[in-house]
Write a protein that binds this ligand. Structure first.
Ligand code: PMP
Length: 286
């Protein structure tokens, strides 16, 4: 089955979808994105992703080429056209394609933003890495200062992932001024006893939609939550560690820079949180 994607107003077979070489997403990483997961053909936390998208756009003074209602409809159309049951939808909005390359932003009345969306099929609920846990390395966080905006400039996180792979690991936790900021494409947590510790929100990290849900569900389940900085050394001494993101939900971390976390197997609290997350977010899936 050929994948049907959405490209600037049209539903097209993926091979026919084209964007201009002048698109500012391509030339300058002048674009923002969202990834929303799909389980049972339904979108998980669409509202959360839509709100963050609006914030990313407004911080960068970028316009959404369509309304949020239309955006939801496009998501639904793509799920239907591709008979998507489990996986996700990638969405990208750029500042469009002026007729040339220029550092100055084009006038949004003259240049319409670019909008592309595509689906991907993936097993999210049953992931082998949940049983084994993942291994992470630490790397220096040398990204720009507005990590709260979900932009498509992902070269460093992508490079970080490769550094981890070269060391036989799965991902990298980035460290700034001695403290963990986040994973290359996820938020980072440690667990001590019944307490979940994760860095507080600021411009230093992406405000994960899964993070917000997890912290809410954790509090509801009488787990303690502390939003504060932690170091790699503290993480290596923790009882458990895990990451969250829209497409991995909760993934246990079993090793950091070669040091085993706890017994070196996925932690009980992490696994319980994963179950709660899946159960609870399905209730509000649309
Ligand atoms: N931090 C970074 C740097 C990310 O790229 C992501 C996923 N895009 C996250 C955190 C997790 O965010 P979410 O839970 O909204 O997927």
């Amino acid at each position: 089955m050929t994948r049907i994607v959405y490209c600037n107003g049209e539903y097209l077979p993926e091979a026919e979808a084209k964007v201009s070489i002048f698109d500012r997403g391509f030339l300058m990483a002048d674009g923002v994105y969202e990834v929303t997961s799909v389980i049972g053909g339904k979108l998980i936390d669409f509202d959360g992703h839509a709100k963050r998208l609006e914030r990313s756009l407004s911080e960068l003074e970028m316009r959404n080429p369509v309304s949020m209602d239309e955006l939801l409809q496009i998501h639904r159309d793509l799920i239907e056209k591709n008979a998507l049951v489990e996986g996700g939808i990638y969405l990208q909005i750029t500042r469009g394609a002026p007729s040339d390359r220029d550092f100055a932003w084009p006038n949004p009345d003259e240049v319409k933003g670019g909008l592309v969306l595509f689906t991907f099929a993936k097993n999210l609920v049953e992931m082998p890495s949940v049983k084994t846990g993942i291994k992470v390395i630490s790397i220096e966080d040398i990204r720009w200062g507005r990590r709260d905006i979900k932009t498509v400039q992902l070269l460093y996180p992508s490079w970080g992932k490769m550094m981890a792979k070269k060391k036989g690991c799965d991902d990298a936790w980035m460290v700034e001024d001695g403290f963990v900021t986040e994973g290359t494409s996820n938020n980072a947590y440690i667990v001590k006893g019944n307490k979940i510790i994760t860095r507080g929100l600021s411009n230093d990290i992406l405000h994960g939609i899964t993070r917000a849900a997890i912290l809410r569900f954790a509090a509801e389940a009488q787990m303690e939550v502390e939003e504060r900085n932690f170091t790699i050394a503290e993480a290596q001494e923790a009882d458990e560690a895990f990451i969250t993101s829209a497409t991995t939900f909760v993934q246990p971390v079993v090793e950091i820079d070669g040091a085993k976390i706890g017994e070196g197997v996925p932690g009980k609290l992490s696994l319980r949180l994963r179950e709660i997350y899946i159960e609870e977010s399905l209730k509000s899936a649309v």
